[in-house]
Design a protein. Structure first.
Length: 788
């Protein structure tokens, strides 16, 4: 008996945390939210055999479909999974849902998260679980996540999974049920046969190119000879131009020396002219410097401030006079109102205190209002009494019988009293309105008086504030005017009957002008000379220039600047033409050099092309063999690949069948037909029992996984492998699955048959409660029952 691929008794089997076998892939858990019939489902899958048990329609297959969708499905492939749209995979009534599958890959933990929504695009993320259950994003987006999962699981495609370790409902024997030709096509496609055909088509293009390269090769050789002749000619032209360039450079050098000497003479002449002008300007500045102290005194006086203060004092004085006039008018008006009130009401009223007048009138108005209210109450009582008397036959007070004459007499008397009271009320209301008008007029006058007093106080305050400044400025102004009178330069400012402010503005203007003139002349001297120098120093510099000109035999009184400049310009023109010729020669040489570089580059390119074509021509025989003999669906490599695939599938299938305790072997024919060989002879696949058929299907799936992936699968999923089988065959199939779980680290089986419970390491009951699926662990269900 061969040693099991994965031992159930192994300590590693007991815990996922201990699973560190390189490359082993385990499904640790799944979390489902609003997917298919599952509202909130979380399952942790241990190693060994896990069974999802429940009646048909309970939602068992939904768990397997959720795993497949999270790991391998695109939003476009939903049709092949469930329904035709996103809504068909979401729980009824839900707008969005999510799936989280945690994997263990060679001991590392990963979580694949997928979300589905009818209103937005799918989301997908792969997290690596670090120490402390921290998560690190390693891939995001649906396509990047699917590619990452393929790399993580080392699988070529999702299709490879469906034919190997992931058997969805009714698909366990899918590979067996296919026609041999279809089976062959599937296996070879999974092994990459299509890539051989693509490689053939790709290399065929290169072969066609190699066949045409030879004709081009001869033409390139002719082009290379012609190009080398051109290179020789251009090199001779460069040598001749360099000789002419040397002669032109000598001429330019001589002209530059002549111009340099002329420039020296012109420089001295210009210095002479500059210093002559500077001496004259410096003398003017010296005269202006004498009156600068007075100018500074004048400029320091703020004429605008002086004028502003004078205007402020004038304006405030005018405002004060106007306010006093208004105040007198208001006082007179208050007295007039007080007099009118006193005469009309006969009250003793103070004529000058408006506040007391208002208080007296308001008190009087309140008394009138009380009297008016009293009269109104009397009218109301009398009116009600009239109504009572009209409707009564006896006196309401004494009970005396009222005759019609007596009643009429009483009513007339009462109505006269009502009319009298109403007349009194109207009189009181008129009097009340007149008093209120007096009060309103007095209050308006009082407010106006307050505002005017504020204006008066403000004007007085401003006058007091500015008088001190005015006195200070007046002292300085008088001093400046006294100083300026004695200076001729300021005489125009002292005309007869000129206001002081006008004189100040004139003095300020001239002082600024004189200061600017001094600064301008000082600046001009510095600008002309280049530094701050005294008048004596300027005169010394002037004499030094005169001596230098004399030493060059130039008389400063007879220097003809125009003649010197004319000769200078003539030499410059000759130099310009010489430099232009020099530039043309350099440009010609540069052009020749550039052309030489281009020719040389073309020469190298032609040499490279010839070299490249030579390689292509040399490869033609090799390409011919690859295209016409080795590559493609019918090529040698495809035949070898087919042969090796058959050999590996046959080898691994028989190994697995032996591990599962089955007493037959399989043979994969050249056409990928499956032959069954027993000790008693060959059998037809269709004659196998249910358990044998499942054993064969599992063996072929594991063998194909070995062949395609090159390794043992870490998990194996079977959805309803015993569907449509009788009880005996179901027991046989479950026994096979139990043996499989002893060889594969993790087997997950979905079934409605309870026979699996005695064989499984972990059982999950799946049931339907209303419209949602509920998953419970068998141990917890039993524990709950015992507690109950």
């Amino acid at each position: 008996m061969s040693k099991p691929i994965w031992s159930r008794s192994s300590q590693v089997y007991k815990s996922l945390e201990g699973l560190v076998v390189s490359g082993i892939i385990i499904i640790r858990s799944i979390k489902i939210n609003n997917i298919l019939s599952h509202e909130q489902t979380y399952i942790e899958f241990p190693l060994g055999l896990s069974a999802l048990v429940g009646p048909n329609g309970a939602g068992k297959s939904s768990i397997i479909d959720s795993i497949f969708y999270a790991l391998f499905a695109t939003p476009q492939s939903i049709r092949s999974l469930r329904g035709t749209s996103k809504r068909s995979i979401l729980r009824i009534g839900a707008q969005s849902g999510s799936i989280e599958v945690e994997l263990s890959v060679g001991g590392k933990r990963y979580v694949i998260y997928r979300s589905i929504s009818v209103n937005r695009s799918d989301e997908a993320v792969v997290y690596e679980i670090l120490d402390g259950d921290k998560r690190r994003v390693v891939a995001s987006g649906v396509q990047p996540v699917l590619e990452y999962v393929k790399q993580l699981l080392s699988i070529p495609s999702a299709e490879a999974i469906r034919y190997t370790i992931f058997s969805r409902q009714n698909e366990v024997s899918k590979l067996i049920e296919e026609q041999p030709s279809t089976r062959k096509e599937i296996v070879l496609k999974l092994l990459g046969l299509d890539e051989l055909e693509k490689a053939k088509e790709f290399l065929k293009q290169h072969l066609d190119q190699a066949n045409s390269d030879k004709r081009v090769y001869e033409q390139y050789k002719i082009d290379l000879d012609n190009m080398r002749k051109k290179i020789s000619e251009i090199r001779k032209a460069i040598e001749l131009s360099k000789y002419e360039l040397s002669k032109a450079e000598e001429e330019v050098k001589q002209l530059e020396e002549d111009i340099k000497n002329t420039e020296k003479i012109l420089e001295l002449v210009k210095k002479y002219e500059v210093l002559s002008r500077a001496v004259k300007i410096a003398n003017e500045a010296k005269e202006l410097e004498k009156i600068l102290p007075i100018c500074r005194e004048i400029i320091q006086i703020d004429v605008s401030e002086y004028t502003t203060i004078v205007n402020i004092l004038k304006n405030r004085k005018r405002e004060l006079d106007e306010a006093m006039h208004k105040l007198k008018y208001i006082d007179d008006r208050i007295k007039s109102i007080a007099s009118d009130v006193s005469k009309e009401l006969g009250l003793e009223i103070p004529l000058e205190d408006s506040t007391k007048i208002i208080d007296i009138l308001e008190e009087f108005a309140r008394n009138i209002d009380r009297e008016r209210n009293l009269k109104s109450a009397e009218v109301d009582i009398a009116t009600k009494s009239v109504d009572i008397v009209k409707n009564s036959t006896s006196c309401p007070l004494c009970g005396r019988v009222l005759s019609d004459d007596l009643k009429k007499k009483i009513l007339v008397n009462m109505e006269q009293k009502v009319e009298t009271s109403i007349t009194d009320i109207k009189r009181l209301e008129q009097l009340y309105d007149r008093i209120k008008k007096y009060i309103d007029d007095l209050k308006k006058l009082d407010r106006s008086k307050v505002e005017i007093m504020a204006s008066i106080n403000s004007a007085k305050r401003v006058i007091e504030e500015n008088m001190e400044k005015f006195r200070e400025l007046k002292t300085r102004v008088d001093k400046v005017i006294e100083l300026a009178k004695n200076v001729e330069a300021f005489s125009e400012c002292f005309k007869e009957n000129t206001p002081i402010s006008t004189t100040l503005r004139c003095l300020n203007r001239l002082a600024i002008e004189f200061s600017k003139m001094f600064e301008e002349r000082s600046r001009l001297v510095k600008q002309l000379v280049g530094e701050d120098v005294s008048l004596n120093r300027l005169e010394c510099m002037y004499q030094e220039i005169v001596e230098q000109l004399k030493s060059m035999n130039l008389d400063v009184d007879r220097i003809n600047v125009a003649e010197i400049e004319s000769g200078y310009k003539a030499r410059q023109e000759r130099l310009r033409r010489a430099r232009e010729r020099l530039g043309n020669l350099r440009g010609r040489i540069e052009g020749y050099t550039k052309t030489l570089e281009e020719y040389t580059k073309s020469e190298r390119e032609l040499e490279e092309k010839l070299k490249s074509l030579k390689v292509s021509i040399d490869l033609q025989p090799v390409l011919d063999i690859l295209v016409n003999k080795i590559l493609g669906k019918d090529g040698l490599l495809a035949k070898l690949l087919t042969l090796e695939a058959r050999r590996l599938m046959e080898k691994y299938a028989n190994m697995v069948l032996k591990e599962l305790g089955v007493d037959f072997k399989v043979k994969i024919t050249e056409g990928f037909d499956i032959e069954i060989h027993t000790p008693l002879g060959e059998l037809d696949v269709r004659s196998l029992s249910g358990g044998e058929m499942v054993s064969l299907a599992i063996a072929l799936r594991i063998a194909l996984a070995y062949t395609v992936f090159g390794r043992l699968p870490g998990f194996f999923i079977l959805d309803e492998p015993t569907q449509f089988l009788d009880i005996e065959r179901r027991r046989a199939v479950f026994e096979i699955i139990r043996r499989l779980s002893e060889r594969v680290p993790q087997v997950i089986v979905v079934t409605h048959d309870q026979e699996v419970e005695d064989l499984a390491d972990k059982v999950f009951y799946v049931s339907k409660e209303g419209r949602r699926s509920v998953v419970r662990e068998k141990e917890k269900v039993i524990e709950t029952l015992f507690k109950a």
